[in-house]
Design a protein around this ligand. Sequence first.
Ligand SMILES: Nc1ncnc2c1ncn2[C@@H]1O[C@H](COP(=O)(O)OP(=O)(O)OP(=O)(O)O)[C@@H](O)[C@H]1O
Length: 290
Amino acid sequence: MELTLEHVSKKYKENDVVKDVNVSLKPGVHALLGANGSGKTTLMRLICGLLKGEGSIHFDDIDASLEYENFASHIGYMPQNFGYYPHYTLKEFLDYMAIVKNLNKDYSEKRILSLVKELGLENQLNKKMKTLSGGMLRRVGIIQALLSEPEILILDEPTAGLDPKERIVFRNLIASLSQSTIILLSTHIVSDIESIADDILIMKEGEIIMHGIYEDLIKVIKGKVWEVLVPKQDASSLMKRYRVVKNHNQNNGVYMRIVSDLKPHDEAIAVIPDLDDLYLYYFVEEVAYD
Ligand SMILES: Nc1ncnc2c1ncn2[C@@H]1O[C@H](COP(=O)(O)OP(=O)(O)OP(=O)(O)O)[C@@H](O)[C@H]1O
């Protein structure tokens, strides 16, 4: 089972929002990491066929441009914000989504009940959509994407606005699906990725600049992440000159974690990088020495 994108691109006027994306995704959790505006939502909408662009998209031998309905029947999509009728109850909304997805009534009744239980919304079924909290609406978004048991699940910022308990429920659900589903989820929450992603696609200015497993991506910045304890008076000049991942005031100075090609301070020692460091390395410009 494979989702393949070849030369996928999208322009808005002269603006290249998605640039020549070539990736092949098998079952598992693929995290799409990028700054605001890097093109993640556009790429996801292209995959779902909600936008037209250049290039080709296949699910196994189904060509999305030739057999769109067949292709789309394999996809569940959770957008960042989905439209709903505020006066519908949750049950009415999910029934409506099941009809839109052309699901059999007996099947959808059972599926809705099992999903609302799994996501802790069974007591909300008779509540109006407009009364649900932001975190509950995110969970409703996940449920509607899962209604048809899709083989491809496209989730745009699924954990935004979830509280820590909801995040754990979500991570467990994703983990349980990942053996049999191709899951592409976008986020800029680095800790989510560390706990659930099998591999990571880093998107910058419309391009997938890196794609690989965590351990391999991290190798790129080996020897470029530093920790140092500096006197308080030195901290602000380091803050101005370097990409600082963390800084904590301590009794004897300021502890800093810095991402830099060059050793930022005589006392700095190189440490093992993590994804926060990688993110900063690619998405925050280092200020040049003057
Ligand atoms: N309909 C549109 N017309 C013109 N430009 C657009 C349109 N939709 C998106 N863009 C531009 O395309 C770029 C990528 O937007 P996109 O929403 O795909 O980014 P993103 O990585 O999903 O960002 P975020 O994390 O903020 O959701 C942005 O510069 C955005 O302004």
